[in-house]
Write a protein that binds this ligand. Structure first.
Ligand SMILES: CSC[C@H]1O[C@@H](n2cnc3c(O)ncnc32)[C@H](O)[C@@H]1O
Ligand SMILES: [Zn+2]
Length: 431
């Protein structure tokens, strides 16, 4: 199938970070094959009109828990530890596979409708998230979040579950699914359990997804218990000897940043969640300056409370100006880069996605620029960071397949999903 996106503005995020006006993008099956002039010798099966549209790489949500949409607006105005221990974990103890599936489907609709084409998830019953990815056409990295318990048999079962998840799903859905190993955090996993997770990641030749240095309390506890920061603690265990996706990294010292850089740790900044849980502000500017790859995520929609990556781009751009007192701290293009190129790198997917270039997979979103709130169009890159809304996303293409066209969902029955997600959420809270 040859698709042509004709006469469109393009922000490729490749070698050029500038807008190219009136260009053409040819997609053969799942791949971008040509960008530039119209090719008379190529006869497209489908033409998408690019008039008044901007094509950019699909957004990458590098850390979330998508099925937590079932708990959206259920537990708010609390700090992390109270939110988790008093509200979220008691409810999660009653989760079923069906709940996770409908929560995932609901969130995938929300993500597609706001321009996200790829996400990194950590949760329970992850076969269901794999199924939701397969059916919807989105791309995702899935990881079964594991915490240590007193019962050794249960711990072994969790490691086994992760291995099975990898064997069942890694590379599946035409390569749209990856599987990482996900020890939840250093405060829920002891040294021995982290070592088991590390050995499994080595055995499977995959990466580790973990929450790290999210709150001041986590760091204080780590200093008290281990005499070192969470980052130094897991570094000493050897966790950074495999590729790492580290969510948050809010309370990090200059020494921690040196370690993150030395070990090429991929950090995910979650500004919306960090603000809402009163966790603090990650030193994004310092980490970027040190050469650390910083991606962007929403976290779950129970701590955010949505999965709209345009909001996170906006927050990343403006918060860091506020914290540093420097208006250029995170410029618009840098925030967009965090949500595209850096996200792809953080998921070890940079050879396939994150930019619009010939040879890459076609994960592309088209934004409708003909909206009153976007006029006048002085600077499109500024529009993306400061003005564009998720609802301005018109068309979404993943792996060459159009999964939303002119805001019509092509692969998902939205009414059925809303009905079942609502039903799951209601019964979950009552269980
Ligand atoms: C074991 S599956 C993942 C686990 O993580 C919990 N969670 C959601 N948001 C956060 C966060 O910001 N920090 C730490 N843990 C978080 C989620 O509820 C699941 O229990
Ligand atoms: Zn999280």
């Amino acid at each position: 199938m040859l698709t042509l996106i004709e006469g469109i503005k393009l922000l490729s995020m490749g070698s050029s970070k500038e807008i190219i006006n009136d260009t053409n993008i040819y997609i053969q099956d799942d791949k971008i094959v040509h960008i530039g002039d119209l090719k008379r010798e190529m006869n497209p099966d489908r033409i998408i009109d690019g008039k008044d549209k901007l094509a950019m790489p699909g957004l990458i949500n590098a850390h979330t828990h998508i099925s937590m949409s079932l708990m959206r607006n259920f537990a708010d105005d609390l700090p992390l530890q109270e939110w988790l221990t008093q509200k979220i974990w008691p409810v999660e103890s009653h989760l079923t596979a069906e709940d996770v599936y409908w929560g995932a489907m609901l969130s995938i609709v929300e993500m597609i409708q706001s321009g996200t084409t790829c996400f990194a998830d950590m949760y329970f019953f992850m076969d269901e998230v794999g199924r939701a990815i397969e059916e919807s056409g989105i791309r995702g990295m899935i990881s079964r979040g594991i915490t240590e318990e007193d019962d050794e048999e249960k711990n072994e079962e969790k490691i086994k579950d992760t291995r099975n998840l990898y064997n069942n799903w890694n590379g599946k859905a035409d390569g749209r699914i990856k599987v990482f190993v996900a020890p939840h955090a250093p405060y829920t996993c002891g040294i021995g359990f982290l070592e088991k997770a590390l050995n499994l990641a080595k055995e499977l030749n995959t990466a580790i997804h973990i929450h790290l240095s999210e709150t001041k309390r986590e760091v204080d506890d780590s200093l008290r218990i281990y005499g070192k920061s969470p980052i130094k603690h897991v570094y000493d265990i050897g966790l950074f000897d495999v590729p790492i996706l580290a969510a948050h990294c809010v309370h990090v010292s200059p020494e921690d940043i040196e370690i993150l850089k030395e070990k090429n740790v991929n950090v995910v900044n979650n500004p919306g969640s960090n603000l809402k849980l009163a966790s603090g502000f990650a030193p994004v500017v310092d980490m970027l300056k040190a050469g650390v790859n910083v991606a962007l995520g929403t976290d779950g929609s129970s701590s955010n409370n949505n999965l709209n990556m345009f909001e996170e781009i906006n927050l990343a751009a403006i918060i860091n100006k506020g914290i540093t007192g420097i208006a250029t701290a995170v410029p618009a293009i840098k925030a967009v880069e965090m949500a595209t190129v850096n996200g792809a790198k953080s998921l070890l997917w940079e050879n396939e996605i994150g930019t619009i270039e010939a040879g890459k997979k076609a994960d592309i979103i088209l934004i409708d620029m003909d909206k009153p709130h976007l006029y006048p169009i002085h600077d499109i890159i500024s529009s993306l960071a400061y003005t564009v809304q998720g609802s301005d996303v018109d068309t979404v293409i993943v792996n060459g397949k159009v999964i939303m066209e002119k805001r019509e969902m092509k692969t998902m029955d939205v009414e059925k999903i809303k009905y079942n997600a609502e039903k799951s959420a209601e019964s979950l809270i009552r269980r």
